[in-house]
Design a protein around this ligand. Sequence first.
Ligand code: ADP
Length: 259
Amino acid sequence: MSTTPPGVTPADATPPPAGATVAPEDALIRTEDLRRVYATEEVETSALVGVTVSIRRGEFAAIMGPSGCGKSTLLNILGLLDRPSGGEYWFDGNPTAALSERGRAGLRRGTIGFVFQSFNLIDELTVYENVELPLLYLSLSAQERKARTEAALERVQMAHRRDHFPQQLSGGQQQRVAIARAVVASPPMILADEPTGNLDSAHGNEVMNLLAELNAAGTTIVMVTHSPSDADYAHRVIHLFDGHVVSERFMEKEYALPA
Ligand code: ADP
């Protein structure tokens, strides 16, 4: 039996505004009764105990909740990096729970961009090479790769640092490069795990504005955050506690639907 955290009771949950219910055909992400149990020799941990959630194409959703409530577990499953122990997850209408690792990787390629708290750039590669990397897995001509890589670097205003290595950049610049890498293949969705967690507030705001711009251009964003001010950029804040959704708060904002 789970307890409810202070200030986040189901009774507090703002009811979805009219029209907020996501029709299955509008959902880029849809989960039903998603469960994830981690089993070690001594102990079983239920990280997700029945998460049912739909995220609309073009939506910006923030996931919040205390440490250990299952945020990363949920993001890993949504990113097709992990599979649930039970329930179903449809990505763009495709059921994914039973997919093999190879099937998940195939679906992930070109469709999901990742942004992590610790940037996760490859130190031995230049800025340009880091951003180009996701394109090497797609069948594109060298000319197309170059055009897309340069456009992504321009978009985050890092073209002038293309030959630098990650360690020669500030944290804010590294995260901008990581965002360029996440968008270079023009994925319909970006998953961001505490994208401003290692940044001071000025650089954090820069990164959030960039994510908001990408969302306004039609990219669906799902972001885990501890920061209420970062969550304010979202259309909806989903609160998790003890592995399930305890409340959802909808903001009054327009969706930019993908072209
Ligand atoms: P959050 O991201 O909200 O901090 P997590 O999704 O990382 O939470 O973890 C949810 C629960 O699952 C926690 O109790 C955590 O200890 C447990 N957990 C996460 N990953 C593993 C793992 N690989 N093995 C065993 N338990 C895990």
